[in-house]
Design a protein around this ligand. Structure first.
Ligand code: GLC
Ligand code: GLC
Length: 640
């Protein structure tokens, strides 16, 4: 039978089934329409992913009923927001969008007290708040919450589900979008599925990758990359009690889910829709590059990982189209972009911009940044980058080695230099960071540290060198200036607006000391807030500059949907880009990545001279100039 006919028959059969019929009501028409529209895509995706499964049809039938069940549980207010957003599908490509990622217990005490911080976020201009994973997770080390024991239960230390729902409502009222994590590559070993598997339940053993024979595990392990090599070698963990090896890409207590089993896809779709129904606006698809595994491959970015995410996306489209996916693919730039698309992830972290801004700060050269962005910044117009300078994780030196090669840069030794520079072992470095996950076998390493410490503020404050303090502050402003204007959703990280320094207290904590990412997860203190409010401090300079730039962004519609054009300059220490819009005109940005003044001609910026120009950030006017001189680390935002 041909594919379309099969698809039609399958849908007809599902619709006629007693179970589906029993769920229908006069309030499910929207669902039925969306199902009709999207079923062909869902059907062909699942057929391709699960080609050899004898029971696939019964899974599809059950899945559709589960989707309808989740739709029925969705609040009316969320359903109407879905419908509005369907009419305005690029609602998130908007100058009003300004994000921040926070750990509930590090910026407040719990969900209830976080509600009282909403005015702070409003004052700063935040309209997108990502709450780092707040689900039930193992006591002690839980990978910062990324080992989830129950997606439907809030970590009791933070509150209860009702508090999360109340927070979602309060945020909505305040005009702030809520972002939650969909941690779907793995569960914790304390999740009930993992527990049942440990008790010998074969149905749940099939939810994971368990091998009695080490050789079977090795057939995969031999071609895998190690993500946390300083915690454990290889990607498998031996379970004494079961006498089996379990696949654990990250920590030993994070068990990778087996999506070759369609029951896992169904079960996780329900968890995803549960989170959507709590009232979140964006879901962050954690570690999505790893979700499909095949022998003899690296098990990252496989074609079926994409199909699987597309299948989740169709379910999203049917049940909660107002929710947007964000891809967390911290992989080679060629692979990052493959997750971006209306049919897969509508938004994506931009690790290339992040890493190369730090690269340019270290080298005081922007060639690699300019070239890489010129080639790689443009994505599908309906989608959006999420641009960040720092996050809760480490910095990995992602760039394309061939791009670097064209500039005479050797990728491997350049990464080695960057690691040395940012961990302070390169002479003259301004930075104070820590190494992360050094792999003695291949020399790989990443870097941790708070944005302010990596920018030089920690060292400068210790030495009380005024010029160095100013440079550090200017670097912090520069990075934020770029993420706020280059095109996409800017995402700030908790405490960076307060110039929070490294927090070394994790070194005294047995549950954290093996994971240096904790150095950039400081608990925010009253002292930090006071400093940011005290004129004359570096913290105040940072806070007020960021607040001002956020306000400027939000008052500039051109920073919403307009195109980004990256200029290739002959000036090797500057980065310049334009935002062009058919009716709103053009804004030109130039950023100086060095501690010395730099001059650039208007001609090179493709700006007519003899014009009257204004720099929005410093409120300076330039009349009849042919060139501009930027102060150390200055960023200019030029408009007519
Ligand atoms: C993501 C998170 C990171 C976590 C990993 C495993 O990359 O950002 O913190 O360790 O996934 O869930
Ligand atoms: C790797 C992974 C990324 C994860 C990070 C955590 O870079 O690709 O997903 O966030 O490790 O350190």
């Amino acid at each position: 039978m041909d594919h379309n006919k099969q698809c039609q028959q399958c849908l007809t059969r599902i619709k006629a089934s007693g179970k589906y019929q029993a769920l229908l009501s006069n309030k499910t028409q929207v669902f039925e329409q969306r199902l009709d529209q999207n079923f062909p895509r869902l059907f062909s995706l699942l057929l391709t992913i699960y080609d050899n499964q004898y029971d696939l049809y019964s899974h599809i039938e059950a899945l559709v009923c589960e989707l309808l069940g989740s739709f029925k549980k969705r609040k009316i207010s969320l359903k109407s927001s879905d419908e509005q957003r369907v009419l305005n599908p690029s609602w998130y490509r908007n100058e009003q969008m300004v994000g921040m990622a926070v750990y509930v217990d590090l910026v407040a005490d719990d969900l209830q007290t976080l509600i009282t911080k909403i005015p702070y976020y409003q004052e700063l201009g935040i309209t997108y708040l990502h709450l780092m994973p707040l689900y039930l997770s193992p006591e002690g080390d839980s990978d910062g919450g990324y080992a989830v024991s129950d997606y439907r239960q809030v970590d009791p230390k933070l509150g209860a589900t009702k508090d999360l729902k109340a927070l979602a409502v309060a945020l909505k009222k305040a005009g702030i979008n809520l972002v939650l994590d969909f941690v779907f590559n793995h569960t914790s070993d304390e999740h009930q599925w993992a527990q049942k598997a440990q008790q010998g339940d074969e149905q749940f053993q099939d939810y994971y990758f368990l091998f009695s024979d080490r050789e079977d595990a090795d057939q995969y392990d031999n071609s895998l990359r190690e993500i946390f090599p300083s915690v454990r070698r290889g990607c498998f963990t031996y379970l004494e009690q079961m006498q089996k090896w379990v696949w654990t890409t990250f920590n030993s207590f994070q068990w990778d889910l087996n999506y070759q089993n369609p029951a896992v896809f169904r079960a996780m779709t329900q968890e995803m829709l549960y989170l959507a129904n709590l009232g979140c606006d964006l879901l962050r698809l954690d570690a999505l590059a790893f979700v499909w595994k095949e022998k003899g491959t690296q098990c990252e970015n496989l074609p079926k990982a994409h199909l699987l995410i597309q299948a989740f996306n169709v379910c999203r489209e049917i049940v909660c189209p107002g929710v947007v996916f964000k891809s967390e693919a911290i992989v080679h730039p060629d692979e990052v972009v493959k997750y971006i698309g209306k049919e897969e992830c509508q938004t994506s972290y931009n690790p290339l911009l992040m890493a190369l801004m730090w690269e340019s700060l270290a080298t005081r050269k922007t060639e690699l940044l300019q070239l890489s962005l010129q080639r790689r910044f443009t994505i599908n117009n309906d989608c959006s980058w999420v641009n960040y300078a720092r996050c809760h994780d480490d910095i990995g030196w992602t760039f394309d080695d061939a791009d670097a090669g064209e500039l005479g840069i050797n990728g491997e030794s350049h990464r080695e230099f960057l690691n040395k520079f940012y961990t302070g072992s390169f002479e003259g470095s301004f930075s104070k960071g820590l190494g992360f996950q050094y792999n003695p076998e291949n020399g790989d390493c990443r870097v941790c540290g708070s944005l302010a410490s990596l920018c030089g503020l920690e060292k400068a404050l210790i030495s009380q060198n005024q010029e160095h303090i100013e440079h550090a502050v200017a670097r912090i402003k520069l990075l934020h200036g770029i993420i706020l204007t280059i095109g996409g959703i800017p995402l700030l990280y908790q405490g960076d607006e307060l110039a929070a320094l490294n927090d070394y207290s994790f070194e005294q904590d047995d549950k954290k000391k093996h994971d240096s990412r904790w150095v950039n997860r400081p608990k925010l203190t009253t002292n930090m807030l006071v400093a940011s409010n005290t004129e004359g401090t570096a913290q105040h300079a940072v806070f007020s500059a960021i607040k001002k730039m956020i306000a400027l962004r939000k008052a500039s519609p051109i920073l919403g949907e307009s195109d980004t054009q990256i200029l290739l300059l002959t000036q090797p220490k500057l980065l310049a880009y334009k935002r062009n819009h058919a009716t709103l005109g053009t804004a030109t940005f130039v950023a100086n990545f060095s501690e010395f003044p730099q001059t650039v001609s208007l001609h090179e910026l493709d700006v007519e001279d003899n014009l009257e120009l204004t720099d929005q950030i410093s409120d300076t006017r330039y009349t009849n100039v042919r060139e501009l001189t930027l102060a150390p680390y200055q960023i200019l935002w030029l408009t007519k």
